[in-house]
Design a protein around this ligand. Sequence first.
Ligand SMILES: NC(=O)c1ccc[n+]([C@@H]2O[C@H](COP(=O)([O-])OP(=O)(O)OC[C@H]3O[C@@H](n4cnc5c(N)ncnc54)[C@H](OP(=O)(O)O)[C@@H]3O)[C@@H](O)[C@H]2O)c1
Length: 230
Amino acid sequence: MKRYLITGASRGIGRAIAEKLAAPNCALLLHGRNREALAETCRLVEAKGAKALPLVYDLRRAARVEKLIAAVGPKPLDGLIHNAGVALVKPYQDITLAEWDTLFAVNVTAPFLLTQHLVPRMREGSSIVNILSIAAKTGFPGWSCYCMTKFALEGFSQCIREEVRGRGIRVLNIYPAATNTDIWNDVEGNWPREKMLLPEEIGDAVAYALSRPPGVAIENLDVLNLTGRL
Ligand SMILES: NC(=O)c1ccc[n+]([C@@H]2O[C@H](COP(=O)([O-])OP(=O)(O)OC[C@H]3O[C@@H](n4cnc5c(N)ncnc54)[C@H](OP(=O)(O)O)[C@@H]3O)[C@@H](O)[C@H]2O)c1
């Protein structure tokens, strides 16, 4: 039975990944904060025959990340999927320290701690998946704090990839363009939702990368909209 942890699985891209990976031979450890939304993801994957375990922890606090790590338990994961994330669009002068702290805690510190504690016990043939962004490669006006966190995770993942390669563990980085999820609800500005990708497309990309034979690593996958940037 495959065992995957997906952070931020209560909605959006994380839920779409969970739905794409759900299968009878699969145990999905589904993390989020919103209990009801997470319960709905559990129902969706259980309907496809997967086992689901909801894990409710706020990633803004390192102590809660440690509790999440303890809840995952000693059994090795076949896939560690860093998906939970927060966005912020603001001129750099207006970003508060509290906003900065939140973005770094959720987008950088949580994946760092989860990697540090869960990857040492992962086995040959398993995978780490990072849901990065086109904002991990390119700067956009107003996106400085978000881009900084995604660039940070990009750098971390490149180093970890080389540290675990010899153990037969793959690091698969996915770079979605704008995708129509709730993340945009709190982002300032008018963003054309109808031009965005669907979260299912990102779920498909993750499922495809994970489905390749263990010796094949889809290390960097851009998922873009053919019409270009918004
Ligand atoms: N949507 C896009 O355009 C886009 C493009 C490129 C990359 N991405 C990346 O894709 C990932 C998923 O984004 P999404 O668009 O699916 O966003 P979303 O719909 O807003 O979902 C975010 C997920 O992260 C969780 N989360 C947020 N803050 C958290 C916290 N403090 N503690 C624990 N969990 C927390 C949420 O859980 P709760 O709601 O339960 O709290 C939710 O499950 C993010 O890393 C994002 O940066 C998104």
